[in-house]
Design a protein around this ligand. Structure first.
Ligand SMILES: Cc1cc2nc3c(=O)[nH]c(=O)nc-3n(C[C@H](O)[C@H](O)[C@H](O)COP(=O)(O)O)c2cc1C
Length: 315
């Protein structure tokens, strides 16, 4: 008699938020979500994170803005966006209609900017949480200062916490010496979850013309090339904080998702993979279900932090 395949439970919780599955579309790689709705069933995704939103619209950086590298992508978009007010009036109603779980990615040049963006969003319906980008390495006077100093991290998280009724996720930079110190600073000021991590500062040169391949000269590296480096950051942060971690960096396959969860993440985000296949995150939900069946994993949340350190080797 053939056995019925076991039911798989992909649900995860990020604090008070309950997601259908751990697959979240990452900021800046999924537009405002609505552009993907002809291709992707937005309501199937664990959540989607919007392109970074600022108080005023921004034109972004001069082109070229992206350059492919070995197993990765270097981008310098310059945080181009339509501004928070246009997002609320022009994009959010459609996202609500589509039944998406929407997380608004927020950034600013000053702490007051962050607070102002959150105040506009507080008046809007249909958002699940905020993701504070304190880690973007692309804009000279952007959030980079906050994410590299525990005191500045604490200051911006504290101000955002006071302004926000909704859950607050804080997205960290990977470009730090001691991720634990920054993670603890964000946790102690009231972050509900940490998102680890953003891109790595990078430079791509075209030797024929001796120029950078990007209009802004430097950019941020993402994609499979960064996966093992960021996964260690997730592992290190998970050792010292108690709030959930959302891991991202180079995720393409169901096994990649499982690896991040084993390292200590509660959920993951998918970024650069959308440039290869716009349906990458939705396909990962199906793939993860199959992966769980094949590995007799009944609950995906049961894998969290279950890395067997005794068997790990440094080869
Ligand atoms: C083209 C592009 C634009 C991005 N824009 C943003 C952004 O506006 N805000 C932000 O917090 N992260 C942004 N990111 C970073 C991603 O959300 C993610 O942290 C990073 O790419 C690592 O994940 P991945 O390797 O799966 O792409 C952007 C990444 C790319 C490739």
């Amino acid at each position: 008699m053939s056995q019925r395949p076991a039911e798989v439970d992909l649900r995860v919780s990020i604090g008070t938020l309950h997601l259908k599955n751990p697959i979240i579309a990452a900021s800046g790689t999924f537009g405002y979500g609505v552009e993907f709705s002809p291709l992707v069933n937005l309501s199937r995704l664990g959540a989607i994170v919007t392109k970074g939103l600022s108080i005023q619209p921004m034109n972004g950086a001069p082109g070229p803005r992206i350059s492919e590298s070995a197993s990765g992508l270097v981008n310098a978009i310059g945080l181009q966006n339509i501004g928070v007010k246009a997002f609320v009036s022009d994009k959010l109603p459609e996202l609500r209609r589509q039944g998406a779980m929407v997380v608004a990615n927020v950034f600013g040049q000053t702490i007051d900017d962050y607070v102002e963006v959150i105040r506009v969003l507080e008046d809007a319906e249909g958002l699940a949480a905020y993701e504070l980008n304190i880690s973007c390495p692309n804009v000279e006077r952007g959030g980079v200062e906050y994410s590299t100093d525990p005191l500045l991290t604490a200051a911006v998280v504290d101000a955002a916490r006071k302004a926000a009724q909704r859950p607050l996720w804080v997205k960290l930079s990977p470009n730090v010496n001691a991720i634990g110190l920054i993670a603890k600073a964000a946790e102690s000021e009231g972050a509900d979850a940490l998102v680890i991590a953003n891109t790595y500062p990078a430079l791509c040169i075209d030797a024929h013309n001796r120029r950078s391949r990007l209009g802004s000269t430097t950019g941020g590296l993402s994609g499979p090339a960064i996966k093992p480096i960021t996964m260690r950051l997730v592992y290190e942060a998970a050792k010292v904080i108690h709030i959930p971690i959302i891991g991202l960096g180079g995720i393409e396959s169901p096994a990649d998702v499982a690896e991040y969860i084993l390292a200590g993440a509660s959920a993951v985000q998918v970024g650069t993979a959308h440039f290869v296949d716009p349906r990458a995150s939705e396909k990962l939900i199906d793939g993860l279900e199959i992966w769980c069946r094949d590995t007799n994993t009944i609950e995906i949340s049961g894998l969290r932090g279950a890395l067997n350190v005794a068997q790990a080797t440094s080869e």
